[in-house]
Design a protein around this ligand. Structure first.
Ligand SMILES: [Mn+2]
Length: 497
C-alpha cells in the first residue's frame, strides 16, 4: 500500500500486471504524467514492505527448459571444445556455449527472499530509463542476450529504450546483421556507431547524449538481468534525483555462462586503496543499522563502475564524465566523488541484481589506437586534482613514479565543482568513506624510491612475480624509466573489462 498524498488513489491497489510480454512498445505519455509529480511528495514514494507479492513481481511465469535455463552451466562435448577455445580467444566468452542458450533464457532469482514483498511506486510515478550498452567487437549472442534480457525483465512503461553504442567494432556480425536484428523491437532498441574507437568512457557519454529517458542506466554489453531489477533502482532516483543507484552484481562464468550469486547474503560496498585499486568491504554496522530491512539500499563510497543508474539531467549537471578521462579507469571514482561531494548519494540496492559476465582470456586486442600508455594514471591524477584536495598527495606517495606526469588542463572541471558548491574531500572521507581510512590508512611519506642496484654485477632486486612473503631475486635493471611500473594493466592487456 502506498501512502499516496496525490489525487491518484486508484493506483494504491497495485496489480500484478507485468507478465513481461515479448513485444514492448514505448509509452509516449509516461513523461508527461511524471511531470505532474510534486517533488515535495517524495515521502509518498517510499516502497512498502507487504506480506503478499510485490506489485512488479511476475506471476505464473511459464516454465522454461533448455540449455542454460535457470542460469545452469552448459557443458560441451569434447568434440565441441576446439571450436569453443577459438571463440574464447576471440571474444573472451565461450560462444559455442552461448549459441546453445536461448536469447530469452531466465537466470536465477538471486535476490534476498524479502525482495519479492516490496511494493514500489506504480510506473506513472517512476522515471523512465534508457539502458546504455557500449560494445566493441562483442560476441553476438552475449551482446544480444543482454538486450533480450533487459527487455524481458523490465516493465514496458519504464523502459524508454535500449541504446546500443558501437565503439568501432570491426566484427562482421555486428554490421548490417545487427541493424536487421534489432528491427524486431520496432524502435525500442537504437544503435549508434562512434565511427572510430573512442574508448568506453567517451562512448558512454555519447550514449547519455543520445538517450531520451529520464534516467540513464549503464550496463556492460555482457549482462543478464535478474527478475524485477529495474523498479528498485528507479525508485531510488524518484525519491532523490541526485541518487546514483547501483545494482548488486552477480557473476556469469565466461566458460559455461553459469549464473552465480557472488556476494551471498552479505552486503558489501565499494571503496579503494590509495593507488586507486577498487576494493569492496562489508558495510559498517552503523550503515547496516540505518535500515529496518536488510534488503533496503545502503550508502557506498563508490562502485565498480560498469553498472549503475543516474538521473540523466543530474549526470550532465555534474559535467558528465571528464572528457580528459579517457579509455578506461578512474571514471567510477570521478562520478562517485562528485555525486557525494555535490549533494547526492551513491546507493547499492540489494533488491536489484544484474549478472555480469567476467571475461576469460581474450587475445583480441582492446587497445584504443592513439591512447597514451599512461592514460589510466592520467585519469587518476585528474580525479585527484579536481576532487581530492590534500588527499591527492596520498596517491603520489603510493605511486611516486607519476609525480611529474602531465595530466592536462583541469580548470573547466574545477569550475563545475565551484559552481555546484561541492563539499570538501575531507568531509567525504570523514562522513561517508570513513572505512577507506580504516582499511587503507594513508601511506606515509616515502623515504626513498627507485631501484635497488648491485653496482658490481649490474643487476637489480626484482620480485620475479613472487607473491607476498615469497623470496625475491635479481634481474636486469630497467633504469629509472618508470614505464614498466605504471603502464596500466588495461594497456598491457592484462585486464579484461
Ligand atoms: Mn564487463
Amino acid at each position: 500500500m502506498f501512502k499516496l498524498e496525490s489525487s491518484n488513489t486508484e493506483s494504491v491497489q497495485a496489480p500484478n500486471e507485468f507478465d513481461y510480454p515479448k513485444e514492448k512498445k514505448l509509452n509516449p505519455g509516461a513523461e508527461t504524467i511524471r511531470k505532474t509529480l510534486d517533488p515535495s511528495n517524495n515521502a509518498s514514494l517510499q516502497p512498502i514492505m507487504s506480506n503478499s507479492l510485490g506489485n512488479y513481481e511476475p506471476k505464473d511465469l511459464p516454465k522454461r527448459t533448455g540449455p542454460g535455463e535457470g542460469g545452469e552451466p552448459v557443458v560441451l562435448s569434447p568434440s565441441e571444445e576446439k571450436d569453443a577455445q577459438r571463440t574464447i580467444r576471440e571474444y573472451g566468452f565461450n560462444m559455442v556455449v552461448s549459441d546453445k542458450i536461448s536469447m530469452d533464457r531466465r537466470i536465477k532469482d538471486t535476490r534476498p527472499d524479502e525482495c519479492k514483498n516490496w511494493i514500489y511506486p506504480n510506473p506513472q510515478y517512476l522515471p523512465t530509463a534508457s539502458v546504455i550498452l557500449v560494445f566493441y567487437d562483442e560476441g553476438w549472442g552475449v551482446l544480444l542476450r543482454t538486450v533480450h534480457s533487459v527487455i524481458n525483465t523490465s516493465p514496458t512503461e519504464l523502459l524508454k529504450e535500449v541504446v546500443l553504442i558501437d565503439d568501432g567494432s570491426t566484427d562482421a556480425s555486428l554490421q548490417e546483421k545487427l541493424e536487421a536484428y534489432i528491427k524486431r523491437w520496432n524502435g525500442l532498441v537504437k544503435l549508434y556507431r562512434t565511427g572510430k574507437r573512442v574508448g568506453l568512457i567517451e562512448a558512454r557519454t555519447i550514449g547519455a547524449q543520445k538517450s531520451m529517458g529520464d534516467v540513464i542506466i549503464v550496463l556492460d554489453a555482457h549482462c543478464e538481468c535478474v527478475v524485477n531489477w529495474l523498479p528498485p533502482l528507479l525508485t531510488r532516483i524518484a525519491l532523490n534525483r541526485k541518487a546514483l543507484a547501483v545494482p548488486i552484481v552477480d557473476g556469469l562464468e565466461w566458460n559455461t555462462l553459469e549464473h552465480k550469486n557472488i556476494y551471498g547474503s552479505t552486503n558489501y560496498r565499494g571503496i579503494w586503496e590509495w593507488g586507486f585499486l577498487y576494493k569492496e568491504t562489508q558495510i559498517p554496522d552503523q550503515e547496516a543499522k540505518k535500515r529496518k530491512y536488510p534488503s533496503e539500499p545502503y550508502w557506498s563510497p563508490t562502485h565498480a563502475g560498469g553498472l549503475f543508474a543516474i538521473d540523466r539531467q543530474w549526470f550532465f549537471e555534474l559535467g558528465a564524465y571528464d572528457p580528459g578521462i579517457k579509455v578506461w579507469g578512474a571514471e567510477q571514482y570521478e562520478l562517485s566523488f562528485k555525486v557525494w561531494q555535490c549533494g547526492g548519494v551513491v546507493e547499492w540496492v540489494p533488491c536489484s541484481h544484474v549478472a555480469h559476465a567476467y571475461r576469460g582470456p581474450r587475445s583480441h586486442p582492446s587497445y584504443v589506437p592513439g591512447a597514451s600508455p599512461y592514460q589510466t594514471s592520467i585519469n587518476h591524477l585528474r580525479v585527484a586534482h579536481v576532487w581530492m584536495d590534500e588527499y591527492a598527495e596520498y596517491y603520489y606517495r603510493r605511486e611516486p613514479a607519476i609525480r611529474n606526469l602531465k595530466f592536462g588542463d583541469i580548470s573547466e572541471r574545477k569550475k563545475i565543482r565551484e559552481k555546484l558548491q561541492c563539499k570538501s574531500f575531507k568531509w567525504f572521507m570523514e562522513t561517508i568513506a570513513y572505512d577507506v581510512l580504516e582499511k587503507y590508512p594513508p601511506p606515509s611519506n616515502n623515504v626513498a624510491w627507485g631501484e635497488c642496484k648491485n653496482v658490481q654485477h649490474s643487476v637489480c632486486l626484482n620480485d620475479l612475480g613472487a607473491s607476498f612473503g615469497q623470496p625475491i631475486g635479481v634481474a636486469r635493471c630497467y633504469g629509472q624509466k618508470w614505464i614498466n611500473r605504471i603502464i596500466s594493466p588495461y594497456m598491457r592487456g592484462l585486464v579484461n573489462k
